[in-house]
Design a protein around this ligand. Structure first.
Ligand code: ZN
Length: 334
């Protein structure tokens, strides 16, 4: 497991380290997955355990850092869902047995004076029973323990857990930092800029979009959106579905985000304004604009926005995108 912070997380890490060291036990580390939320949580855990941090970064040399690197730290546990490639039904969850084990682990006395650290990644994967087990422990947390709950959707955590934890919100990378990082990863600059636009500036999500073949697919997708009557919903469904799990998430996120911006531009053109993102498709948007009353299309746009903010965890990415595109075809073919 990697405990390194990403370049844009340095200041956040230093400030968070000071706060978490100071007093409270439980912290919700929130932010966007695509900004490297997991990496930030892990880096903070390493920093809390490190015996001699250098400029608010874990030193990588001390006993604690070496234990972490060897996946053998006696005072550290990571509680995460069992990943499986089966995404047909729900996303993976943290089961009650694992949660109980983590709670018991936190009751033991620490091997070093830095205390014990539990990293829950992601807290949104806790089942209701698991969340309750954790909650009970958080009512009277043992001394010298730090509970880091990583969450991309803190509003969806149990209110009782939220009330027992303080919040650390991960800051976002500047566009220039995100672009520089992607180029450093060997990505082509124009492709990196396109992918960042498609992921609202989230570098890790942008990297996944490029690696999943998303940039090449974007032009085809926009062409298909221009002709709703013949939009091949099933073939986009199977494009999302092919490839590994990371590709699936990246492809689904990309199509959804393109569709959100596309319908926003549609509404702008419909109201006599210039498109914001797809100026190159102004004519196609204008043609579509005649087809449909503004109110119905805005309703569709809003439903997309909701899905962008709070992903549906009950349906597979394929079924979701097929449903979304079927609605688009129905609405925009009128
Ligand atoms: Zn260290």
């Amino acid at each position: 497991m990697n405990f390194q912070a990403l370049p844009w997380q340095t200041n956040w890490l230093a400030a968070s380290h000071e706060l978490t060291q100071a007093h409270h036990h439980a912290w919700i580390v929130s932010g966007r997955d695509g900004d490297g939320l997991s990496a930030a949580g892990a880096a903070l855990a390493a920093l809390l355990l490190c015996e001699s941090p250098v400029n608010s970064v874990a030193c990588g040399q001390c006993g604690s850092c070496k234990w972490l690197a060897g996946d053998a730290h006696p005072d550290f546990m990571r509680l995460a869902p069992q990943e499986s490639d089966d995404e047909v039904s729900r996303l993976p969850i943290i089961k009650i047995d694992a949660a109980r084990e983590a709670v018991e682990f936190m009751q033991l006395s620490a091997s070093t004076r830095r205390g014990r650290v539990l990293l829950v990644d992601s807290a949104n994967a806790l089942s209701r029973d698991s969340a309750n087990a954790l909650l009970k422990a958080l009512e009277e947390p043992p001394a010298d323990t730090r509970w880091l709950l990583v969450s991309a959707h803190p509003a969806r955590l149990l209110a009782t857990i939220r009330s027992r934890a303080l919040k650390l919100r991960l800051s976002r990378p500047a566009q220039s930092e995100a672009l520089a990082w992607l180029v450093e990863q060997g990505m082509d600059r124009p492709a990196a800029a396109l992918a960042l636009a498609a992921t609202r500036g989230s570098p890790l999500a942008a990297l996944a979009v490029i690696q999943s073949g998303g940039i090449a697919a974007t032009a085809d997708f926009l062409k298909d959106l221009s002709s709703p009557k013949t939009l091949p919903t099933l073939s986009w469904g199977s494009w999302v579905d092919s490839g590994g799990k990371t590709d699936r998430r990246a492809r689904f996120g990309l199509l959804l985000s393109l569709l959100v911006d596309w319908t926003a531009d549609w509404a702008r053109v419909r109201s006599g304004l210039a498109p914001l993102r797809f100026d190159s498709h102004r004519d196609a948007l204008a043609k579509l604009a005649q087809a449909l009353p503004l109110a119905s299309a805005l309703g569709y746009h809003r439903s997309l926005l909701r899905q962008l903010g709070v992903p549906d965890t009950t349906l597979s990415a394929r079924l979701q995108i097929e449903g979304i595109l079927l609605d688009y075809r129905t609405w925009f073919s009128r």
